[in-house]
Write a protein that binds this ligand. Structure first.
Ligand code: NGO
Length: 514
């Protein structure tokens, strides 16, 4: 039915969303031709024999079936015609690891990728081209149309991350999986888990069992805390992998270690275990750099966590070691980075690592501010020019725990207030002086949880800033424009609502009435 027929749905739902009016905005969009309409006959066709394509097809069907009420069988039939085709093509190497092409017309929709991750990213585009109601879990009126034309899309940066601090407040496996699913919609490919800090140790380590049993037994404010068993953690890694997200585990050291120091007296220079800590100060704890036991501990922990990690990276923190002398900090990092390499992983550290000697291949995660000193930025830039890759997480831009305004009930404000425009309106490729864009691996939005203890809090602080950070990471610099972005973001409002995300209604964004 055309927009003029008396259909029982809102006018805005009758015309398909213009091709490419999504977040992150695609690299190349060529609209044209009639739309495709899903019907009771639509099949999701995948390459015969491709386990990954079939899994992505199953994921797509799982999103579309509840709201459309259509059967949408997933079938091994890439030779047939019509419907939605997901295909992998060895010859399409220009699409890289995550790129895809979406071709839509009255006869069907074809998604082509070089690698399975590209099919998965393309499915997020297809999903966003459909009306927001497609995200609901009960049957909704259609029509379910996808605008005609071609999208060809590859990411600007390889690393597009989100960090969740599960130490200050513990979050269950199901809460983490919910966040993973939300991140997937915006093509995030990395989940960084901050697994240890002064207030809690959140991952079981068999060789040092008190870390989790005692060190995980509380949290900020004194609640019961919690920790992941190894099976719990494997479940998170498996779920993330199914959304083509790599998990980066972080064990923060030598500072931010009170939970470990409280669990084992032997880790303390004076041999006395401090009490567990449930406040929110930083910078008061340190592993004992001079003690041999410290490196037995680090070796065991890194070995066990590396064994749980299919991903390439292990994050060793290194921020705010205010209770460790500079010489000790450098000596500690010189001993610990080779342990990470010994277990087959590559180091990531907060950017203070650039004040020591970053190992070859290491990445530094910048969490300074626009107003950080020139000397601090120059230290990071020097490391970048010497080959240390950078992940950009400027705190006054992308820290999701910063309040939006002084009226935001949750969050902190030490880095300043971060409204939606501020989190989007900067260029990662040109952010740090004397750092070439080629040194920038990407962007990451950390969510620290001193004040955050529920999924509803995660939703409120991450959305809608996270989609903007995701767009900075994915979309070409040439597409960057606040005025057009805010209109596309506004259209995500009903979609977030349909997903049950109670996002921050920033007055900077022209949200439609819902
Ligand atoms: C800092 C600090 C964290 C806090 C966070 C709060 C880094 C890298 N270290 O960021 O311990 O939780 O600020 O915003």
């Amino acid at each position: 039915p055309g927009p003029s027929s008396a259909a029982p749905f809102a006018e805005q739902d009758a015309a398909p969303r213009p091709l490419g009016r999504i977040v992150p905005v695609p690299a190349s969009v060529t609209p044209g031709g009639a739309p495709y309409a899903l019907t009771a006959a639509t099949r999701i066709r995948v390459d015969k024999g491709s386990r990954e394509a079939r899994a992505v097809g199953g994921y797509l069907a799982g999103i579309l079936r509840p709201s459309t009420g259509l059967p949408l069988p997933v079938v091994d039939d890439s030779a047939g015609r019509g419907g939605i085709l997901l295909r992998l093509r060895a010859g399409e190497s220009a699409l890289g690891e995550e790129g895809y092409r979406l071709e839509s017309g009255p006869g069907g929709v074809t998604l082509t990728a070089h690698r399975p991750a590209g099919l998965f990213r393309g499915v997020q585009t297809l999903r966003q081209q459909l009306p927001a109601a497609v995200e609901r879990d009960t049957v909704q009126p259609g029509p379910w149309t996808v605008a005609g034309g071609t999208v060809t899309d590859t990411p600007r940066f390889a690393h597009r991350g989100a960090m969740l601090d599960v130490s200050r407040h513990f979050f269950t496996v199901d809460q983490v999986k919910r966040y993973i699913d939300q991140l997937a919609l915006y093509k995030i490919n990395t989940l960084h888990l901050h697994l240890s800090d002064d207030q809690g140790w959140r991952i079981a380590v068999d060789s040092w069992p008190r870390l989790a049993a005692h060190g995980g037994s509380t949290q900020v404010g004194g609640g019961p805390g919690g920790f992941y068993t190894k099976d719990d953690y494997r479940e998170i890694v498996r779920h993330a992998a199914s959304r083509y997200q790599e998990v980066v585990p972080e064990i923060d050291m030598p500072g931010h270690t009170n939970a470990a120091l409280a669990s084992y007296a032997a880790l303390n220079c004076d041999g006395i275990a401090p009490p567990l800590y449930t406040g929110t100060s930083v910078g008061f704890s340190s592993l004992c750099v001079a003690k041999p036991e410290t490196y037995d501990f680090v070796d065991d922990v890194i070995r066990e966590i590396a064994a749980l990690t299919p991903g390439r990276y292990l994050h060793i923190g290194g921020d705010e070691a205010h209770s460790t002398s500079h010489a000790d900090y450098v000596a500690f990092m010189d001993r610990v980075q080779p342990i990470v390499a010994k277990y087959g992983k590559t180091v990531i550290g907060w950017h203070q690592l650039t004040g020591a000697t970053p190992a070859p291949g290491a990445l530094a995660q910048y969490w300074g501010l626009d107003r950080s000193s020139a000397a601090e930025k120059a230290q990071v830039a020097r490391a970048a020019r010497n080959g240390t890759g950078l992940i950009l997480s400027p705190a006054d831009r992308v820290y999701l725990d910063m309040k939006y305004t002084q009226d935001t009930p949750l969050g902190l404000s030490w880095a300043g207030y971060v409204e939606v425009r501020r989190s989007y309106d900067w260029d990662p490729g040109a952010y740090l002086p004397d750092v070439p864009e080629s040194a920038v691996r990407g962007v990451e939005a950390p969510l620290w949880t001193e004040t955050i203890s529920q999924s509803a809090h995660i939703d409120r602080m991450a959305f809608p800033r996270l989609p903007g950070v995701a767009e900075l990471g994915w979309s070409p610099a040439a597409t960057h424009d606040w005025e057009t972005y805010r209109v596309r973001l506004a259209e995500q409002g009903p979609r977030m609502t349909a997903l049950g995300i109670d996002y921050h209604r920033s007055p900077q964004v022209p949200w439609p009435a819902e």
